[in-house]
Write a protein that binds this ligand. Structure first.
Ligand SMILES: NC(=O)c1ccc[n+]([C@@H]2O[C@H](COP(=O)([O-])OP(=O)(O)OC[C@H]3O[C@@H](n4cnc5c(N)ncnc54)[C@H](O)[C@@H]3O)[C@@H](O)[C@H]2O)c1
Length: 429
């Protein structure tokens, strides 16, 4: 890189903050990371990576000299003008986004004409405008503000940072927007330069659209089950239409994670708060909730009741290649199975530890075969490669029953059936 890269601050070192920080360090910036979690900052200083994210260890190690970790906002303010905010915005009980962490950052900012907040956290449309009002009320009207929503996906976050489909910059056209555009320039991604409100809405609308696509194909799968069609074939035929595309057309037991459920709800609430009833999103959410529970019906259909039955869950994380358990389908599934009297043993290649703190009343195994031991049924919850590459003869030997529910349509039905097991997917013939 011929020109010196601007130093930046990153506030919040979770999945988004850490990947963003390491990514910009890789591009040549000195990066000052700030988090209120002192234990996390200590671990990061020791070179430990607090989350499971493929490729992140290497990226952090390679750029360790350019990365600085602190619990003090002042350290970032001293060295950087742009402060990228990546704090959590979890849902409240009402479904609205909880912006208390964002407000804590805003309140901690000093009056300055030299600094700007860059909002990477997902926030409701209108947040930027209201934070700019807060700046003015607090006598900090000189602070810049830019909306730059993040689209990376856990599991492929490093690649997504380095090769984004687009970079969205919503700003008022001042120095901060320009500086941010320059920061992202080496990635050579299509740039959407827009106003703050539209930028905020791009993020919410994108996630709501993807969630809608998932609930749509899940409903098609349910109709396939009634009509004898196979949703995998249907999705293949649909996905080749360039207007539709093949992505997010995999039927399964519903979406989870820290983004889709929360962002769909937040957009629905945002619309509701302004007097608009977003009917489509209400259905998307309801379909998703029912989809998680349909597995219970499938188990009951085959096993004739769940009391005393042993069920093995293959996978717990909300998707493969992450240890994130937020809103994972496995949480609902294990609670329902427990309530219906089944004994549940689960195994996830990386999320067992996270799950232990969230799920009670189930056993944890150290391998798929240990989880399947004496099970009446196996349910594939998360499509980790470890499960798709399993030797099903061994699984069949370990089980006492013979039922395999493929909750992600990720297994090879021929291989499962060849092992003498009964295979049932989602919407499959
Ligand atoms: N996880 C994803 O895949 C993803 C993708 C795109 C966007 N987002 C959005 O990015 C934001 C962050 O998500 P995440 O998954 O990285 O969250 P996270 O919970 O993993 O990390 C948030 C971090 O912020 C820290 N924090 C909280 N308050 C703070 C404060 N006042 N000062 C400094 N640090 C503070 C927390 O200690 C934590 O380390 C959310 O708004 C989320 O919706 C997440």
């Amino acid at each position: 890189m011929s020109r010196a890269r601007a130093p930046i601050g990153v506030i919040g070192t979770g999945y988004v903050g850490l990947v963003t920080a390491a990514g910009f360090a890789e591009l040549g910036s000195e990066v000052w990371c700030v988090d209120i979690d002192a234990a996390k900052i200590e671990r990061l200083r020791r070179g430990e990576v607090p989350v499971y994210e493929p490729g992140l260890d290497e990226l952090l190690a390679r750029n360790a000299e350019r990365m600085h970790f602190s619990t003090e906002l002042a350290d970032a303010l001293e060295h950087a003008r742009l402060l990228l905010v990546a704090v959590g915005t979890p849902p409240t009980y009402s479904g609205d986004a909880d912006l208390s962490a964002v407000h804590a950052v805003v309140d901690a900012m000093p009056s300055s004409d030299e600094h700007a907040l860059v909002m990477k956290s997902t926030v409701p449309c209108g947040t930027g405008a209201s934070l700019q009002r807060v700046f003015a009320e607090q006598g900090k009207g000189g602070l810049g503000y830019v909306s730059c929503p993040e689209f990376l996906r856990e599991g492929s976050a490093v690649r997504d940072f380095l090769h984004p489909d687009r970079v969205v910059v919503g700003d008022d056209g001042d120095w901060a927007g320009e500086a941010l555009v320059e920061l992202y320039a080496p990635l050579a991604a299509p740039l959407v330069r827009t106003d703050i409100a539209s930028s905020e809405m791009i993020k919410l609308a994108s996630n709501a659209f993807l969630a809608t696509k998932i609930s749509f194909i899940n409903e098609i799968a349910n109709v396939c089950e009634e009509t004898g069609a196979d949703v995998v074939e249907v999705a293949r035929g649909m996905g080749l239409d360039t207007r539709i595309g093949p992505q997010f057309l995999q039927a399964g037991i519903g979406f989870g994670g820290s983004c889709f459920p929360k962002d769909v709800n937040a957009l629905k609430q945002l619309a509701g708060n302004s007097g608009y009833h977003f009917q489509l999103l209400t259905a998307v959410i309801e379909v998703n909730e029912l989809q998680k529970r349909r597995v219970i019906g499938k188990l009951q259909k085959h096993l004739g009741g769940l009391v005393g039955r042993r069920v093995a869950l293959f996978g717990l994380a909300f998707k493969p290649n992450t240890d994130d358990m937020r809103e994972a389908s496995s949480l609902v599934l294990s609670a329902r199975l427990n309530a219906d009297g089944a004994t549940v043993t689960a195994y996830d290649p990386v999320a067992n530890e996270q799950a232990r703190t969230l799920v009670s009343g189930i056993g944890f195994a150290d391998s798929p075969l240990q989880a399947a031991a004496e099970a009446d049924a196996v349910v594939l919850v998360t499509e980790w490669p470890e499960f798709t590459e399993l030797d099903w003869e061994q699984v069949a030997e370990a089980m006492r029953g013979n039922l395999v529910i493929d909750g992600r349509n990720a297994l090879d039905p021929v291989a499962v059936r060849a092992a003498g097991l009964a295979y049932e997917g989602i919407g499959r013939r």
